[in-house]
Design a protein around this ligand. Sequence first.
Ligand code: NHR
Ligand code: GAR
Length: 218
Amino acid sequence: MKSIVILISGRGSNMEAIVRAAIPGARIAAVISNRPGAGGLEFARAHGIATMVVDHTAHSDRAAFDAALGAAIDMHEPDLVVLAGFMRVLTDGFVRRYEGRLLNIHPSLLPSFPGLHTHRRALDSGVKVHGATVHFVTAELDDGPIVIQAVVPVQAGDDEAALAARVLAQEHRIFPQAVRWFVDGRLQLEDGRVVLSDAVAQHGMALVVPAPDAGAGA
Ligand code: NHR
Ligand code: GAR
């Protein structure tokens, strides 16, 4: 049985998708939030999952917060730590401590649009495709080795909310998939590269872009 700790900051719909996936061989040991009011805590409690809050505002600097967060995580001795809408940049020391067992979902097709406000930036830039990326976390923000990506079209008339919702639906597919691979022992970080032990999985992409004229009417 592999033990997983999930870090959230808000709504927690990605955490929920991982919990609902009921991955064989995986146990969600705890959900930890840096915000006391995070909506996702309620879902976790209702599902009998241990919850903890490590409030970043109660710590004097990032190193102190990360030390407290690390202590909370280590109480559960997890095999995997998952950032699911976790909104605090982590220090090098923290990242090193969990190297090879720390996954993040980022709401863009990395390396495009690292950082915040990805949907607004995608719309502003005029890209025709957008999406989400699951990656191993490294010290440099949103720069770690990529595990799986999902692509969605940007449609005429999209606003931030519409685009975010289309991306989020795909996040809920690819994040549980990545966690499943990890739990099955098929996903590893080796010398800074992602290794998937299966040829099909090696493809690492869930393509949902429609054909150019799809929906245009025949
Ligand atoms: N930490 C490291 N070292 N490396 C990564 O790749 C990380 C990370 C911490 C979080 C998630 C990331 C995302 O997917 C993530 C990846 C927060 C910010 C941010 O600027 C940026 C990227 C991500 C998460 N946070 C502000 C901060 O000052 C606070 C913003 C807020 O609270 O709303 O930490 O997008
Ligand atoms: C998700 O879209 C996730 O990719 C993104 O925030 C949302 C969280 O939703 N993450 C980041 O922007 C990290 N900086 P959720 O709380 O419902 O999973």
